[in-house]
Design a protein around this ligand. Structure first.
Ligand SMILES: *Cc1c(COP(=O)(O)O)cnc(C)c1O
Length: 234
């Protein structure tokens, strides 16, 4: 994809976000666009940053380290959005300003331990398996309250909100019930005041359904294909 096309795509996504925010009576400025950059090269990532995405989100540690060494993310914060294995935590802590995909307490503990050794605090989101899918990791909605209580005791992680990937649906509207469930879970847990937790971000919505997600309260959307075109898996 050319830089020009990426620029047009980013402008289109931002316009759709603004429209959806408007419909929901929300300020478009509060919604952050995360470019899901997996399988796109450093030049494409740089083009997206120049076009005005707010954040870059990577899925695979190795790929992220390679692109980072090429200076791909200069000018934008870097987030981790993919499944994170415990043995890769030390490569992500400190490099990424937010890890969206914390799917277990043991991973959270590992992140805290690593951050503590480095003398820093790592911001994270808890991933919710909102469709209760076998194939997906994440906390069940019922587990979020207890997980936040545990997280509040950890010294070197700070939970900043929730993230979800709902089941694959044919039409964006079909995800609405899942997005609304997430919104409720987010709002309910915002009201409880835990130490050292600040429920700021609700990360949900991808290329096929980010507008719906925004209408249901998302303030971080993760868009890949809608910016960079289809990924080449061959
Ligand atoms: C790839 C990916 C996205 C973006 O997916 P698209 O459908 O290409 O927009 C968002 N979130 C996560 C966690 C991803 O892995």
């Amino acid at each position: 994809m050319t830089e020009e096309q990426i620029g047009k795509n980013v402008a289109h996504v931002k316009a759709e976000i603004a429209q959806a925010a408007g419909e929901a009576g929300r300020d478009p400025a509060e919604i952050l666009l995360v470019a899901a950059t997996k399988m796109n090269d450093a030049d494409s990532v740089r083009a997206a940053i120049r076009a005005g995405v707010d954040i870059c989100g990577e899925n695979r540690v190795q790929e992220m380290l390679e692109k980072n060494a090429q200076g791909a993310y200069e000018g934008a914060p870097l987030h981790f959005i993919g499944h994170l294995q415990k043995n890769k935590v030390r490569q992500v802590v400190g490099l990424c300003s937010l890890i969206h995909s914390v799917d277990s307490l043991s991973l959270l503990q590992e992140i805290s331990k690593t951050a503590q050794k480095r003398g820093l605090t790592q911001d994270v989101l808890l991933e919710v398996n909102i469709g209760n899918e076998e194939s997906k990791s994440g906390f069940s909605p019922e587990e979020i309250g207890p997980a936040l209580e545990e997280a509040a005791k950890m010294t070197s992680v700070r939970v900043r909100g929730l993230m979800a990937i709902p089941p694959i649906c044919e039409k964006p509207e079909e995800n609405r019930p899942f997005f609304l469930k997430m919104q409720k879970l987010f709002v309910d847990n915002c009201e409880k005041k835990y130490d050292n937790i600040s429920m700021d971000f609700l990360s949900m919505g991808m290329s096929g359904d980010y507008a719906e997600a925004v209408r249901c309260g998302a303030n971080m959307v993760r868009v890949g294909t809608g910016i960079f075109g289809p990924r080449n898996y061959t």
